[in-house]
Design a protein around this ligand. Structure first.
Ligand SMILES: *Cc1c(COP(=O)(O)O)cnc(C)c1O
Length: 436
């Protein structure tokens, strides 16, 4: 499968190039250039298929010519020391728990695959450097997945006071490949510095710089795997339609679901579950997109006014507007309804939901009650965050004591940076050069 820019339709690049460049020259985002029919690879898979097995089967079929089945097995086994978990709650409802990774959010899945596949793709070619900005957890996820990967250095930029949960034995000066740098500035300045570094061609090419942010196709593509996994687990019980409910902020997760559909997964719709920040819903309903300023809610990862994947979603609508109107249902869930849903899910099904997952759960319940679907519909709600990530809120809403998984304890441990610099390109270059 090749990739093209959302803006120029005919300059195709390989997966490796899309991952290593991250952003196409001339703007836009990378999207798959062709829809690959993957049905023969997962329609007949048994429900006992493990997640690494599924990934090892699907990835080489998608990335033919770039990743052979042996390499893909190595990548999948090396990436996933955690799995999604599908829980069927009743005949018509399941949750897909995506929070069993090192930092307790679904983003661990994309990062783990990116790290492992990059190591494989870089064999026989030069080294690469992953640049990323973090406010804490993302850095832990990156360090977990990139540590000891051959030929890759992971540079992570943080605002003051937010470096935590890393092991200093993994740092470059100690012989590792993780380089946490503190910026005298804000998170936005960290991101601006990354954008500048990527655009500085000589600098970028000297180190093989790319970005590990959420729009990298190397993170997005593998997120389609857990939709296929859910389908494989549940297909035997399906009597009618299948719908996924997805808590949506930057819309990466939803786009990955749409890719799974493009690859041939039999699915009838996706709920784009938003909180009060729902201006993008107007666009999905066919109106003009007029972003409103973001408001703060109890599901902060959904507090987005212009989704980072905006251009990717637009490209789906440009291709087939009528199909898309029947495929994606927007809904908006306020804070009060989110909390009520956390209580109801606990009382009715004995499950604890983090607020992001509760937004998707509430939207799924509303669609079920609306009668918009006739006949049988099975809804799979994506649980994107571990309830212990917002333990105080979940405990207050449900009255339950939240057990903290041991791996989360170290997420809070403050760590010293390797360097502290001004938010300027020459300072970043200097810090990197002096450490390598
Ligand atoms: C990032 C995140 C989301 C939003 O996912 P997008 O791909 O940005 O739409 C939802 N829930 C949690 C817990 C997250 O961390």
């Amino acid at each position: 499968m090749q990739f093209r820019s959302t803006r120029s339709g005919n300059l195709n690049v390989s997966f490796k190039e899309a991952v290593l460049r991250c952003l196409p020259e001339g703007g836009g985002l990378y999207v798959p250039a062709q829809a690959v029919d993957m049905r023969q690879f997962f329609l007949y898979m048994g429900e006992e298929t493990s997640y690494p097995e599924l990934a090892a089967t699907v990835a080489p079929a998608l990335l033919q010519g770039e990743l052979n089945p042996f390499s893909a097995s190595r990548v999948a086994e090396g990436a996933f020391d955690f799995e999604p978990e599908l829980r069927q709650l009743d005949e018509n409802l399941s949750v897909l728990n995506l929070y069993n990774g090192p930092t307790g959010v679904f983003k661990d899945f994309g990062i783990a695959f990116l790290a492992a596949v990059l190591e494989e793709l870089l064999k026989n070619s030069g080294p690469a450097m992953i640049l990323s900005a973090s406010q804490g957890d993302m850095g832990v996820s990156l360090a977990h997945s990139f540590r000891q990967r051959q030929g890759i250095t992971a540079v992570i930029l943080y605002p003051a006071g937010l470096i935590r949960g890393l092991e200093s034995a993994d740092f470059v000066p100690q012989g590792g490949n993780i380089l946490p740098i503190q910026i005298r500035g804000t998170f936005d300045e960290c991101q601006r510095l990354i954008a500048e570094a990527l655009m500085d061609r000589p600098f970028a090419e000297r180190y093989g710089l790319t970005s590990a942010n959420a729009i990298n196709p190397g993170r997005l593509l593998p997120q389609s795997f857990y939709y296929l996994y859910a389908f494989v687990k549940i297909k035997k019980y399906l009597r009618g339609d299948l719908v996924f409910s997805v808590p949506s902020g930057n819309f990466g997760n939803l786009i990955a679901g749409l890719y799974a559909w493009k690859f041939g997964m039999p699915v009838n719709g996706f709920i784009a579950a938003m909180n009060a920040n729902d201006s993008f819903g107007d666009f999905i309903r066919g109106k003009k997109f007029a972003p409103r300023p973001p408001v703060t809610t109890n599901s902060p990862s959904l507090d987005v006014s212009v989704p980072a994947n905006y251009e990717r979603l637009i490209s789906f609508y440009e291709e087939a507007p009528a199909v898309m109107r029947n495929m994606v249902y927007p809904d908006s869930v306020n804070d009060e309804r989110t909390l009520k849903t956390m209580v109801e899910a606990w009382k009715r099904y004995g499950i604890l939901l983090d607020p992001h997952s509760a937004v998707a759960f509430a939207a799924a319940e509303r669609l079920r009650a609306s009668g918009d679907f006739s006949g049988h519909v099975h809804t799979v709600v994506l649980a994107t965050g571990h309830p212990a990530k917002q333990a105080a809120l979940v405990a207050k809403a449900t009255g339950q004591e939240i057990v903290m998984p041991p791996r989360f304890a170290k997420l809070q441990k403050p760590v010293e940076p390797v360097a502290v610099i001004e938010p300027q390109l020459d300072a970043l270059e200097g810090a990197i050069a002096s450490c390598l």
